[in-house]
Design a protein. Structure first.
Length: 440
């Protein structure tokens, strides 16, 4: 505990790190305040039906990612999700569109152009989702909840929703530039964490009022969540280390004979396969919702049930498929082999070039298989929690996108704080981050 307090004091001593943390907290506070500002022309006291609609199911998941802004008809009701959708589309286009591939190879200038394209696409996606959100408001809320004429409300709300998403995107980029951590991911995590106290309070009251050892069951649930968090950390940080060798004249006298490794991540795709899979799950349900046939209604009902067999079965299959897909577009064994060849590094008993690339490709394929099944298992854990009697809101924190995003963002932020501390010869937040002082 004393070491933790000393680390906090050391963080405060570093002016640049202190300013970055304060800037991050300020931007996050602005984002959270914006989620409570209701769209002009809506009576905030008549949003109960919208809150009921977003208590569970797919809309409940979307409301979780926006920190409750969706259910409050906020000016940031769509949150940062249109930007995430635009980023996914650009990544997919990078596989098939030569122009995007060319930009990806141009370094910093190419990334700036891709970011600009992503922003324009964000405006387009928000312009499409905005009218859908407003139509859902008019179909859900009573007529007395709307205080403006339909034409005025539609035009003003679309402009405000687009502006709100762009403002959230701007906040995320500013956090990345001037704050600490990845701004976009941090805003999503803050929205998820905002729903945790209410979900836990509801689960606590439910267990207290239930008979048959409610408090004991609550303790067991918390222990299980801690175990799942440990699994997520393993999934995020787990690696397979491949030993490599450098010529002694390149390593220098001090490091001669030291073993070097290439860390191949068990889950190089991160949380993106789950996000891809959930985006795909939205599409058929959305189109089926426009049909009035009984078959379409049954399809919608079956695939809107988070705890149902078919939803989770299809969801798990999609997660596995997209894990392979996303790993294939982000990890290039040929490029890794070429980089090793240029730096003079070799994998033991393998020739540089094609033989090394083949070995790396085969190794990644073997690693991705258990990693994809592990990721799919974590993705559907909330369904098992709901089947065990946990309320749907609290069950979202047993795995899935919510917990993986939280674990990934926290670890990334801690690593960045560690980097600032270690650069100034302070101990980091994690034991493995301790720096060896010069002269030892």
């Amino acid at each position: 505990m004393k070491a933790l307090f000393n680390t906090i004091i050391n963080i405060w001593k570093i002016e640049d790190l202190r300013n970055r943390i304060i800037t991050t907290l300020g931007f996050v506070l602005i984002y959270r305040l914006g989620s409570f500002v209701t769209l002009p022309g809506i009576d905030p006291s008549q949003l109960q039906l919208l809150e009921n609609q977003t208590s569970d199911g797919l809309l409940g998941l979307l409301n979780l990612f926006t920190g409750g802004a969706f259910s409050q008809a906020s000016i940031m009701a769509l949150g940062i999700m249109p930007y995430i959708s635009a980023s996914i589309v650009i990544q997919l286009l990078g596989v098939a569109v030569p122009y995007i591939q060319k930009l990806q190879r141009e370094g910093e200038s190419g990334r700036n152009k891709i970011n600009q394209i992503t922003r324009y696409l964000t405006i387009l996606i928000t312009g499409i989702q905005g009218p859908g959100y407003i139509a859902n408001l008019q179909a859900t809320l009573p007529e007395t909840a709307f205080l403006l004429s339909p034409s005025t409300f539609w035009s003003s709300s679309i402009i405000i929703l687009v502006t709100g998403t762009l403002f959230a995107m701007w906040l995320g980029e500013k956090i990345t530039d001037r704050g600490i951590g990845n701004g976009i991911s941090l805003l999503i995590m803050i929205g998820i964490i905002a729903a945790l106290p209410q979900a836990f309070a509801f689960e606590f009251v439910t267990k207290i009022n239930s008979s048959g050892g409610g408090l004991v069951m609550l303790v067991i649930e918390l222990v299980l969540i801690l175990l799942v968090i440990l699994l997520c950390i393993l999934l995020v940080q787990g690696t397979r280390r491949i030993p490599i060798a450098y010529p002694r004249q390149m390593m220098g006298q001090r490091y001669a004979g030291a073993r070097q490794y290439i860390p191949l991540k068990i889950n190089a795709a991160g949380v993106m396969p789950i996000i891809f899979a959930q985006a795909i799950m939205f599409i058929p349900i959305t189109f089926a919702g426009f049909s009035t046939s009984s078959a379409a209604s049954g399809f919608v009902q079956e695939f809107s049930d988070f705890s149902g067999f078919w939803y989770n079965f299809v969801f798990a299959i999609l997660v596995i498929v997209f894990t392979y897909f996303y790993t294939a577009i982000t990890v290039n064994p040929d490029q890794m082999a070429n980089d090793m060849k240029r730096s003079g590094a070799t994998i033991y008993n393998l020739k540089p070039g094609k033989q090394t690339a083949k070995f790396l490709n085969e190794t990644m394929t073997r690693i991705v298989l258990p990693g994809s099944f592990f990721l799919a298992f974590v993705a559907i854990l909330p369904a098992f929690a709901m089947q065990a009697g946990v309320n749907p809101q609290f069950a979202q924190f047993y795995g899935g996108t919510s917990l993986l995003i939280m674990v990934g963002v926290v670890l990334d932020t801690v690593q960045q704080i560690n980097a600032h501390l270690l650069n100034r010869h302070y101990d980091g937040l994690m034991k493995q981050g301790r720096r060896v002082r010069s002269g030892m």
